[in-house]
Structure formats: C-alpha cells, structure tokens
Design a protein around this ligand. Structure first.
Ligand SMILES: C[S@@+](CC[C@H](N)C(=O)[O-])C[C@H]1O[C@@H](n2cnc3c(N)ncnc32)[C@H](O)[C@@H]1O
Length: 249
C-alpha cells in the first residue's frame, strides 16, 4: 500500500513525519546503514572542502549530522544547518554543544567557530545571495516538492566558485545487488524502524519515496537546470547511495 502523499500535502506530511521520528532518527540511521551513513556524509564534506574560515550551509540538516564534519574542516568558520522541522534540529542540539574546535589566531584577531541551526524552507532559503562557500544536502531533496527549485535556491545562496554536494539514495547497478538491496530496503527497513521504536509508516515512506526519486543522471540534470556546472556523480556503498557535486561559476 502506498504511503506517499499527494504533492500539495507533501510538505506538511514530511514535516510531521520527521517531527514524529526525530528522537530515534540517528539511532535508526546508524543501524539501517550498518554505520555507513557518517562515512557517506564525510565523502560529501570532503567533496565541498570549505576553507578553514569558510561558511557552509547544510540544507535539510535534520539532526545536524553534517555540522560536526563541516566544523572539522573549518576551525574558524561558520556552519549553518537549515531545516523546516524544528523537532529534528532540537534532537540534534547536543551535537553542536559537543563540537568544539580550538579557536585559532586568524588575521591577527582571535576568531571562533560558529555552528548553528536555522529554521527555514529549502525552497525559500532565509539567506542572502552569494553567502556560502559550500552547500551540503543529505537525503533531503527526495522530500521536497520541487527538486530543481531546491537546487536553484542552493545555487542562489552559494558564492561564485562555491560547491554543492548532494547525497541521496540510489539503486545498485548490478542486477543481483539491486534485488538484494530492494528486498532489504522495502521489506526489512520498515521492520527495523518499528523494532527500534519509530513508526512503520515513516520507514515505509523511505523506500517508496526512493522508488519514485530520479535516477542519478536525471538528478544531475535537475542540478544543471538549476544553474550548477561541472555536475558529476559517483556511487557509494555498491550503488546504494549517490554523491552528486557541482560548482557555481
Ligand atoms: C531524511 S532527513 C535528512 C537529515 C540529514 N540531512 C541527514 O543527513 O541525516 C530529511 C530532512 O529534510 C528536511 N526537509 C524536507 N523538506 C524540507 C524543506 N522543504 N525545507 C527544509 N527542510 C526540509 C526534513 O525536515 C528532514 O529533517
């Protein structure tokens, strides 16, 4: 049975669903991905490689798993996570307190790192044009109502020369792997969600939304249409995830 909402109800549905699963989101991610999810995020952060005093934005940040990784690249930088689901960011708040990189002397003044969450919609980001050196987004564009519009907003707030990295679910290319992946994702993942105390509907939405999500070449076209150039993608974990990158020229 389909749990996918109609397009005009999708934003409310998604926001409420993530609010419900916020307390268990990180735990289930770690279990469901066999601990690989942080490695994928690290690949995305390495790909955008912000300057040490840079500004980075993570769109659809959820519980902010990208922020400590961005902070490690930017000891005197600013990392901002934006999401429209406040309970997700609330659950991730302890990560911001736990992340502390020593302030260093920079340009003759002692500069300090800033990590923060901001409430906002990926389709109408609450930031000025050309504000960020790097933009990351992980497992979020699958949930927006207009993928190209989301990438256009990321492009608008990136500075010229700024880089984007997007992680999203994909399907292994190899036929047997794809079959195993489909079985795991569609039959076992909903049970993991239920057993670990979250809701079965949310972890049924996950594989169903992945099924209707554009393939990596099509996602790359959305990024190009939005203005990103030098768009490339590569598969991670045998094709279960795709990492797309692009540059604003
Ligand atoms: C699957 S979670 C991913 C969270 C995080 N990026 C990660 O890597 O774990 C998707 C997140 O995207 C957020 N989201 C979906 N649509 C959004 C929108 N239009 N504006 C802002 N956030 C959105 C959801 O609230 C949710 O926190």
């Amino acid at each position: 049975m389909s749990v996918l909402p109609a397009l005009d109800e999708k934003a409310t549905y998604v926001e409420r669903m993530f609010a419900r699963i916020a307390p268990t989101y990180d735990r289930i991610n770690r279990v469901m991905t066999f601990g690989q999810d942080q490695t994928w995020r690290q690949h995305a952060v390495n790909a955008v490689a912000p300057p040490i005093d840079g500004r980075a934005l993570d769109v659809g940040t959820g519980t902010g798993d990208f922020l400590p990784l961005l902070a490690a690249w930017m000891p005197v930088g600013i990392a901002v996570g934006v999401d429209f689901c406040l309970p997700m960011m609330h659950s991730g708040w302890p990560k911001l307190d736990a992340t502390y990189v020593l302030p260093v002397a920079h340009s003759a003044i002692a500069a300090q790192q800033v990590l923060t969450f901001v409430g906002g919609d990926a389709l109408c980001l609450p930031f000025a044009d050309n504000s960020f050196d790097a933009v990351t987004t992980g497992f979020a564009v699958r949930n927006v109502t207009d993928i190209t519009a989301a990438f256009r907003e990321m492009w608008r707030v990136a500075r010229p020369g700024g880089v984007v990295a997007c992680l999203e679910v994909a399907r292994p290319q190899h036929r047997l792997l794809r079959l195993g992946h489909q079985l795991y994702f569609e039959q076992i993942v909903p049970w993991i969600g239920t057993l670990l105390g979250s809701d079965r509907q949310a972890y049924t939405y996950l594989p169903q939304s992945a099924r209707t999500f554009p393939t990596p070449p099509v996602l790359a076209e959305h990024m190009r249409t939005a203005g990103w150039q030098h768009v490339h993608y590569r598969y991670l974990s045998l094709g279960a995830v795709a990492l797309h990158t692009g540059v604003k020229l």
